[in-house]
Design a binder for this molecule. Structure first.
Ligand code: NAD
Ligand code: AKB
Length: 316
């Protein structure tokens, strides 16, 4: 179990992962020991559950002041620009994704923070990486600015660990599917939209082609993976760039069929846009045997379990 005296700052807490991770951390560490922060206003699901500060991760001085003032010992950095939005403004994506991370790593070094969490993505992989069961270590030649920033970020994490002893840990998340907070501009967002459209409209026009397989994960698995990695003893962490983790792999046609099992008159059409090219550059499935060996990672949700749970919760 983690030391109770830890005090955590979550940056980007109002986003798709931030809301659920903040709530999970508050359960583990106590509400007042997890400070949520974001550029945006506090997400309604966080209101009343613990402290919130409005903060820009690019403002290093303000971030540093908050870390000292609040006696922060761990930072979870979730603020980033994702793949599809990143291609619309590559300079901004590079700037936020890199400088935000460097600000956090510098402060972690100076203030001797206990731990830092920073997520990478399957977007580090490119067209030359293996498509099936893409290994932990392989050819990595990303083609999106988001993927480039994640790959560079992984090596900054590794550098700060080796050079300064900062205990920074990372996971290459697959596309994440959830019902609590909306996704923020990724290529895998279709797999969230499809559920709300199925319930509201009984039809969905997908921006990827029907046979585009991608690595995906249900949010409860992603939150559990994050907590398991962060709670693992440091000597079990052999990867200081970022861990591959796997959940499931499916195509738009298959997720459509899993929804039709619950909503028989649900129909799908396909109109691939610029996000198709991004999806085609990524692997279809991920080999996570290193995460399994190091800290016991095992996913619990497959497509049909996830669909049942998503529809039940969205109906509520
Ligand atoms: P999101 O876009 O939903 O949330 C990001 C949050 O960061 C937003 O609430 C935004 O307001 C905030 N933010 C943006 N700029 C900021 C700034 N300058 N200062 C403070 N906050 C700022 O993203 P997410 O899906 O929750 O992703 C979180 C992390 O996980 C990112 O690093 C992302 O690359 C990574 N990731 C996400 C997925 C996924 O499918 N959601 C997959 C792989 C990796
Ligand atoms: C995106 O599609 O950009 C994200 C990711 C896989 O990193 N969901």
């Amino acid at each position: 179990m983690p030391a109770r005296k830890d005090k955590i700052l979550v940056i980007g807490a109002s986003g798709q992962i931030g809301v659920e991770l903040t709530l999970a951390l508050r359960k583990q560490y106590g509400n007042n020991n997890v400070v949520a922060s974001d550029l945006r206003e506090e997400n309604p699901l966080l209101k009343g559950t613990g402290p919130y500060v409005s903060m820009d991760v690019m403002n290093k001085e303000m971030l540093h002041v908050q870390v000292i003032r609040q006696n922060i010992t761990q930072i979870y950095l979730l603020a980033a620009i994702l793949s599809a939005t990143g291609e619309k403004n590559p300079n901004l994506a590079w700037h936020l994704n890199m400088q935000g991370l460097l600000n956090v790593l510098d402060i972690a070094r100076e203030e001797k923070l206990h731990k830092v969490y920073w997520p990478s993505s399957i977007a580090v992989f490119g067209p030359t990486s293996p498509k099936q069961l893409c290994p932990q270590q392989t050819v990595i030649e990303p083609t999106t600015v988001y993927g480039i920033s994640k790959y560079a970020g992984e090596f900054w994490c590794n550098y700060y660990f080796n050079r300064y002893g900062v205990d920074v840990r990372s996971i290459r998340y697959p596309g994440l599917i959830s019902y609590k907070s909306a996704p923020g501009g990724g290529t895998t967002d279709y797999a969230v939209e499809i559920y709300t459209e199925a319930l509201e409209q009984k039809k969905y026009n997908c921006f990827l082609s029907e046979d585009t397989y991608l690595p995906m994960m249900y949010m409860p698995d992603a939150i559990r993976a994050t907590l398991e990695l962060m709670n693992a003893p440091a000597d079990q962490i052999s990867v200081r760039t970022s861990y591959n983790v796997s959940g499931m792999s499916f195509s738009p046609k298959e997720i459509g069929a899993s929804i039709q099992a619950h909503i028989p008159d649900f129909t799908m059409t396909y109109k691939p846009d610029s996000r198709q090219q991004i999806a085609d550059s990524w692997p279809q499935s991920i080999d996570d045997s290193v995460a399994n060996k190091d800290w016991g990672w095992k996913p619990q949700y497959d497509l049909s379990l996830m669909t049942k749970d998503m529809l039940e919760n969205l109906r509520k």
